[in-house]
Design a protein around this ligand. Structure first.
Ligand SMILES: C[S@@+](CC[C@H](N)C(=O)[O-])C[C@H]1O[C@@H](n2cnc3c(N)ncnc32)[C@H](O)[C@@H]1O
Length: 295
């Protein structure tokens, strides 16, 4: 699709982005709107409009159980932006963002290509609506700089050998691998640690792992249990991991400062830890974030 064959260009009031859609644009056929979906629940936490009744109901129940959820989502997006800026700032020009989410303000390509216009971004998500939105968003933009792959994190080999990834990313050069708020949808039995090791092993020295993960460590036992229960009827279960189970995802990669920390504390203001500028209620954000480099 190019701008020439675009019938409508919608302005998304939340992101300020232009969404190019053809006349015959339809939600993807395999979309099941009756089951709450993790991407669309997250969109609801962020104040987005790309969600259906079932998503909203589940998201509202999750917020009732754990009121810091919208703040968690917002601070997570901010972490994503700062981490991408950090990686681009140290010369990384290739980004693989797995578990992309429905496009929102400050997406990876926006941030990376602002710092480095030649940065290449590959988005990977297993939700057809994410892929559809991302493709529509990218229509008419220079080809080859940003690609979208519909694939599942649970099959990392398929992602690594996907023609769209191989065409856009040179794995012999440093890459920023982004697993931001996605690993808590992968169960231990599905090989969460093996999956991340496979991806880490494929990267060149100097690559960065950018990761955030939901945790029970800063929430009440009741909130964590209720949140986990609500996600049991969603498209993926929620696996909140304590710090000791999140750290091993980084393998032998070396943390950059401040290390693996409670999510809002990852360089809250341009790399300087000035706690006075943290949002009210940040102590309740029950998630970890970290960035580490491959030696
Ligand atoms: C909470 S959103 C995070 C979006 C974005 N990374 C961020 O942090 O703002 C989680 C995303 O992961 C995707 N996801 C969940 N399980 C996945 C899987 N097994 N493979 C690929 N994507 C997955 C969902 O579709 C959703 O878009």
């Amino acid at each position: 699709m190019t701008h020439e064959d675009t019938a409508a260009v919608d302005q998304d009031t939340r992101t300020g982005w232009e969404w190019a859609r053809t006349d015959d644009w339809q939600p993807p056929s395999e979309l099941d709107t009756g089951v709450p979906h993790t991407a669309r629940m997250y969109d609801y936490y962020l104040g987005g409009k790309d969600n259906f009744e079932a998503d909203r109901k589940a998201a509202q129940a999750a917020i009732a159980a754990y009121p810091a959820l919208p703040l968690l989502a917002r601070t997570n997006r901010q972490f994503l932006g700062r981490a991408v800026e950090f990686a681009a700032g140290r010369g990384i020009r290739q980004f693989i963002d797995i578990g992309t989410g429905i496009p929102a303000v400050g997406s990876t390509n926006e941030v990376a290509q602002r710092v480095a216009p030649d940065a290449r971004v590959v988005y990977v998500d297993n939700d057809p609506i994410v892929a559809t939105h991302a493709r529509a968003l990218l229509a008419g933009r220079p080809a080859g700089r940003t690609s979208v792959i519909e694939a599942d994190l649970r099959d990392p080999e398929a992602i690594l050998r996907h023609p769209a990834l191989c065409g856009a990313v040179d794995l012999s050069q440093p890459v920023a691998l982004m697993l931001v708020a996605v690993l808590h949808f992968i169960r231990d039995e599905e090989g969460a640690q093996r999956i991340v090791r496979t991806l880490r092993d494929a990267l060149a020295p100097g690559s960065a792992l950018i990761l955030s993960h939901g945790s029970p460590d800063f929430a009440s036992r009741e909130s964590a249990a209720e949140g986990t229960r609500i996600y049991k009827s969603a498209s993926a279960p929620l696996v909140l991991r304590p710090r000791a189970d999140v750290e091993p995802f980084f393998g032998d990669f070396e943390f950059v400062g401040p290390g693996l920390v409670q999510l809002p504390l990852w360089r809250p203001t341009a790399g300087h830890l000035r706690t006075t500028e943290l949002p009210e209620g940040w102590q309740d954000v029950s998630a970890y974030a970290g960035v580490a480099l491959k030696p």
